[in-house]
Design a protein around this ligand. Structure first.
Ligand SMILES: [Zn+2]
Length: 129
């Protein structure tokens, strides 16, 4: 296989297993955070807050919860991809996403150049990945 074709080749099993492990760790952390957000500690924090601060406490938890739920969905999606071998390939151009980018963002779905284009075309939708 020539060099260009190999850029579009799925990552090998060792790499997929490595990232699968990281994704599973991350999922445990997020699930713990979601759990905490819905348990009595949150209610305590809410009750302990000055009434003027209560909406802020609520809002903060809502934002965190939305972010965590989205992240959890992204992680589930990425885990599926580690199974079918498409993990680490850009959703847009199918080229391999650099390992350094995947390490920095486990659920990255596009390569740096596709991501840059997307930001340029939709400057107001600042996506996480
Ligand atoms: Zn791409």
């Amino acid at each position: 296989m020539n060099r260009v074709a190999s850029l579009y080749k799925p990552y090998d099993q060792g790499v997929l297993t490595f990232f699968r492990g990281k994704l599973l760790e991350e999922r445990v952390k997020i699930m713990a955070r979601l759990e905490r957000n819905s348990n009595p500690i949150f209610v305590e924090e809410l009750n302990g807050a000055e009434s003027v601060d209560k909406p802020l406490v609520f809002e903060k938890h809502n934002i965190e919860e939305r972010r965590d739920s989205k992240e959890l969905a992204d992680i589930e999606e990425a885990l599926k991809k580690t199974e079918d071998g498409s993990y680490g390939l850009c959703d847009v151009c199918q080229i391999r996403i650099l390992l350094a980018r995947l390490e920095a963002c486990l659920t990255a779905e596009s390569c740096v150049s596709c991501y840059a284009k997307e930001i340029k075309n939709h400057p107001r939708i600042l996506k996480k990945h």
